[in-house]
Design a protein around this ligand. Structure first.
Ligand code: ZN
Length: 149
């Protein structure tokens, strides 16, 4: 069996960390800023942070595209936090304010929010529009990403 190391972007300082896969669930901290790499909350990102997580995280990245004026988005926000509690550390959950990232909406053809985008190793592997209850988010993410290692 080979020792697998995963690169993970720190949600606090955006540094790229290398974490042994076996230590993923052991509360790993960032080597630069010492913040926990997983804290049970979606990481709030801008467009640059979005791209950095998508490109460098070697775990599936689940992104919630939302906006402050969007009622269904705000209604789903607590559910997305619960999803982070359930899916970390096998997934990285991030939140992107769609108002600040029109280029990302255009790139992925996002026409309505909330939209969830799922990536693995930089490639989009799932996209769904509309608010969903927790169990549906978990089921959707896990079925598209495959079972966690
Ligand atoms: Zn950090």
């Amino acid at each position: 069996m080979t020792a697998t190391t995963l690169t993970l972007v720190c949600p606090s300082c955006q540094s790229i960390n290398r974490v042994p896969a076996a230590r993923l669930a052991a509360g790993p901290r960032c080597g630069s800023c010492h913040a926990p790499l997983f804290d049970g909350h979606p990481a709030e990102v801008d467009a640059a942070g979005f791209n950095r997580h998508v490109q460098h995280d070697q775990i599936p990245v689940l992104a919630d595209l939302w906006a402050p004026w969007c009622g269904p988005c705000r209604a789903m926000a607590p559910t997305f936090v619960q999803a982070a509690v359930r899916l970390e550390p096998h997934f990285r959950l991030i939140k992107l304010n769609a108002d600040n990232a029109p280029e990302i909406l255009a790139k992925f053809g996002v026409r309505s929010i909330p939209t969830l985008l799922l990536f693995r190793n930089g490639a989009p592997i799932g996209q769904t529009a509309g608010a969903m209850p927790l169990e549906q988010i978990l089921q959707w993410a896990q079925s598209h990403a495959g079972a966690p290692a």
